[in-house]
Ligand binder design. Structure first.
Ligand code: TMP
Ligand code: ASP
Length: 240
């Protein structure tokens, strides 16, 4: 393959330029990070699995009318996406208490949140992704009032769609993070959706099937991702 320009390297992905100025290549790495990059390990095949997983979810959401940056999967580890101007805000929906919400508010893990909560975090590892509110987003110009409203609406819509999809696979979508960006004046869902950026529990045993296995050193991280993919019917590359 010819030399390519890496435009940006994140913790789990590399972003390359493509032949078109309006399109980018996302390369999914095996690197797995937690605690804002404090803990990093390579988990064999995770990149291929997340690329396949993300393809499945993005195509599903697109089919349900959600505007996403996803164009197509290119190969085992790469996908082509629309080049967005990213909004540095992480949108987190929670259907059950876990993670930073449990810690911050002293709510026991697993409590059903009705209605689900929506939180915004600033995407900034050096500051440990602090929680922010819509007033901060407007004052500091991270997004307009209309964009905040659109992010809120699309995030809640994705929650309804994906909660139902995972429920059919006997999985509870506990929480997840989305990122959005702009293209041609319109808002699009960007980044990725994979077990790296959400919490999924087995509906019966409540066993963790997501990156919490890595954060908490539970082992079987990639095996859990593969099991989630298998239940959803995600076509996986041969990763033996
Ligand atoms: P939290 O409990 O750590 O705030 O995370 C909530 C959900 O959002 C969880 O599924 C993990 C995901 N998330 C990320 O993927 N990246 C992030 O930087 C943050 C803050 C959350
Ligand atoms: N993705 C972030 C990190 O790597 C936060 C996390 O998922 O724990 O550090």
């Amino acid at each position: 393959m010819s030399e390519r320009t890496a435009l940006y390297e994140g913790k789990a992905k590399i972003v390359y330029a493509s032949e078109s100025p309006d399109e980018l290549v996302l390369h999914f790495k095996d690197d797995t990070s937690a605690f804002d990059g404090e803990k990093v390990e390579q988990l064999a095949h995770k990149g291929e699995i997340n690329n396949a997983f993300n393809t499945f979810i993005m195509e599903y959401l697109q089919g349900e009318g959600v505007p996403t940056h996803f164009i197509r999967r290119l190969n085992a580890r790469e996908s082509l996406v629309r080049r967005l101007e990213m909004i540095p805000v992480e949108c987190v929906v929670r259907n059950r208490a876990a993670g930073s919400l449990s810690k911050r508010l002293g709510i026991e893990e697993g409590r059903i949140l009705e209605p689900p909560t929506l939180e915004f975090f600033l995407k900034n590892d050096a500051l440990h992704d602090p929680m922010i509110n819509t007033s901060h987003i407007r004052t500091f110009g991270w997004a307009t009032t209309e964009e905040v409203e659109a992010m809120r609406r699309w995030t809640m819509r994705v929650n309804i769609l994906l909660s139902a999809l995972f429920a059919k696979a006997n999985l509870i979508l506990v929480d997840f993070k989305l990122e959005f960006g702009r293209f041609d004046g319109e808002l699009y869902l960007g980044d990725e959706f994979s077990p790296d950026g959400c919490r999924l529990w087995d509906a019966r045993s409540l066993e963790k099937m997501d990156k919490d296995r890595f954060r908490r050193n539970l082992g079987g991280v990639v095996e859990a991702y593969i099991e989630v993919a298998r239940r959803l019917g995600v076509p996986l590359p041969a990763v033996s």
